[in-house]
Ligand binder design. Sequence first.
Ligand SMILES: O=C(CO)COP(=O)(O)O
Length: 258
Amino acid sequence: MSTRTPLMAGNWKMNLNHLEAIAHVQKLAFALADKDYDAVEVAVLPPFTDLRSVQTLVDGDKLKIKYGAQDVSAHDSGAYTGEISGSMLAKLKCTYVAIGHSERRQYHHETDEIVNAKIKAAYKNGLTPILCVGEEESVREEGRHVAYTLAQVDGALKEIPAEQAESIVIAYEPVWAIGTGKVCGADDAQEVCGAIRGRLAELYSQELADAVRIQYGGSVKSGNVAEIMAKPDIDGALIGGAALDADEFVKIVRFRDQ
Ligand SMILES: O=C(CO)COP(=O)(O)O
């Protein structure tokens, strides 16, 4: 029986301004009870411009909800126009930072080397990375999805010591299932999440692999989350569209009731 606490994280992507963010987090805080947080860790990943407002709300009302960013610069500081450093996120008391989301890989040409550098920047600043991996549809059609995803894991974790890697969260998000309504079958998701855990055992140790949380992401909704969460190597979900609806996100957090 796993002792891993499930992590349900809402990736808002480029949605909700800071005023909408406050209203949304207040709704979540109102709906979620202490027993929800005992069963599940709940996090939101708003746009950078919302983080200060979310921090003020979470700190002021002592909310149990965690928050983090959707990306971080690989650099410490300096002439990097438009970038946000790990120390800036740490100053806002972010817990998490998503790294290597497929939309960053696709639209911003982030390679495994860049992802690796960003993971190092996150750990340097005490942030917990949510490393996103997953294959495009063509790769799955060719039956190379496991090898492809494991190569992304290898690249991202290069030179990351066990003392750091033991806290990482890995989100398996098959690109073809993101925002498409095409959810990956629970067995297919388990296949890759199980393989990721196996790779962590090879790279580090079985003990470390057993401690790391592996999420599934891609068209997760209240109607499919229970089936996905029933799989032994899936420890939570990274939720896009459905996380923008507070009622739906709360239902996902309460996946055991679905
Ligand atoms: O990319 C995702 C979360 O990071 C998933 O997005 P959807 O839940 O909208 O498919």
